[in-house]
Design a protein around this ligand. Sequence first.
Ligand code: CFM
Ligand code: HCA
Length: 531
Amino acid sequence: KKDLQSKILDAYPASVMKNRKKHIIIKDSSEIQEIQANTRTIPGIITNRGCAYAGCKGVVIGPIVDMVHIVHGPIGCSYYAWQTRRNKGVAREGGKSFLEYCFSTDMQESDIVFGGEKKLAKAIDEAVEIFNPRAISISATCPVGLIGDDISAVAKSAQEKYGIPVLSFNCEGYKGVSQSAGHHIANNKLMLEVVGKNDIETKPFSINILGEYNIGGDEWEIARVLHKIGYNIMTTMTGNSTYDEIATAHQADLNLVQCHRSINYIADMIEIKYGAPWMKVNFIGIEAMSKTLRDIAEYFDDDNLKKRTEQVIAEEVAELEDEIAGYKAMCDGKTAILFVGGSRAHHYQGLLSEIGISTVAAGYEFAHRDDYEGRDIIPDIKLDADTRNIEEISVEQDAEKFHLRIPAERIEELKSTVPMSVYKGMITDMPDGSMLIDDLNHFETEVLIKALKPSFFGSGIKDKYAVQKMGVYAKQLHSYDYGGPYAGYRGAVNFARDVVAGMFTPAWQYVLPPWKTQPGLVGKYVEEGEA
Ligand code: CFM
Ligand code: HCA
């Protein structure tokens, strides 16, 4: 693997090599390893990253079902993200869902020159008139910040005019270095303006699921199992959530954090402001799912709940054991490379190993050092100008609504067995000798595939077909290649079935590109004077 690292780096000019070297490590548990992350991609390199607008509107805000999400910008920012992320959701009884729609102010050159605020205000008028939503979001795209449209002023006056919440997000695409900046911007506003605003009667064993976006219906499978045990899910942030449900999040007894990268800000702030602690969970993979269920029961420490948890685990596992064993027999010994946004490259490793596939290299597009190295290193992270540009908010204990759910000593005690406010990161779980690579680019992808010859390459739409044309099965771990759910017990079976179907249909290996069978350039030798 060290040779492989050199092979990648040797191809670069000196300054690029110096930069990329810090983003690539070979796991060695005999030392404490540091990786560089959340820094700018070098211009000219083909990265898979997106932008702050994608992280704010596309990832965190977009899944809220009963809000109209208006994108203030040129049409492409909206159109090319229309339903591509596959965050599913449905209207509640008597409520509405606008997830199928794509709302845009469709900025034109004249709006860029003369300003787009009036057009935005008009778009809100139209949205209220036609759809009468529970609330509205406005997300800024790059030109909005460049021309200085004041979207928060437009939001404020629309909110007064219509008496519904209108949330504005200055998530211009160029902010920060990736989607990650957009997560932070979205988290801040949800915390300041939504969470804590709706008090309802609570039930026992109330939880929130944070950082779960119901891609391909994942949340529905997770909720099926949690409900079966007896939990009351107040809200999921933000997959298949409603405005009012999110506003009750402060009342839950415990927050379960699935995607640490995109939502750890809210988990932390709820703990400080309202007193509910959080726990790192993983709903992907059979063992991870069972461990998570046991951890939650341990937190509530109720005998009946623990008993019910064991019953449900036994029932669910018995249902899938044989089928999974069959897939494992087919895939045993195969290898995978995973490269996904900010948490799935870690979360899917257990599930893959349950069907016999080991992950030899993994990386994130935009995660931070803590997602690789664990939260302990957060105080050591040096903030650069790009990060400092993203507002950092601080919250205080709420005088009325703060209350401890369980005594502080009990949380300390739990920490020895349950990941309370802890995330250990991806490096910890990877075997020695495996490669970790941050913000992987197209060139590096090709080198890795040629050298490691994996049977499975899990990533996204930007590299899927390039990889597949190299004869390697590429599976989208973002959109699930339009399948799913893949979370929870039944999701694990869906995943294994899809992977086996894909891996054992090696169509691309039979396709020879034309330049392999015939010359790409044909020339004719002509003697001087003959032409
Ligand atoms: Fe979290 Fe996500 Fe991910 Fe993410 Fe994303 Fe996504 Fe992803 Mo695509 S919130 S970090 S910004 S788990 S959209 S549902 S699949 S890159 S690994
Ligand atoms: C995003 C969304 C995305 C893109 C997926 C992909 C998603 O980052 O803006 O590149 O295939 O999951 O839909 O991550």
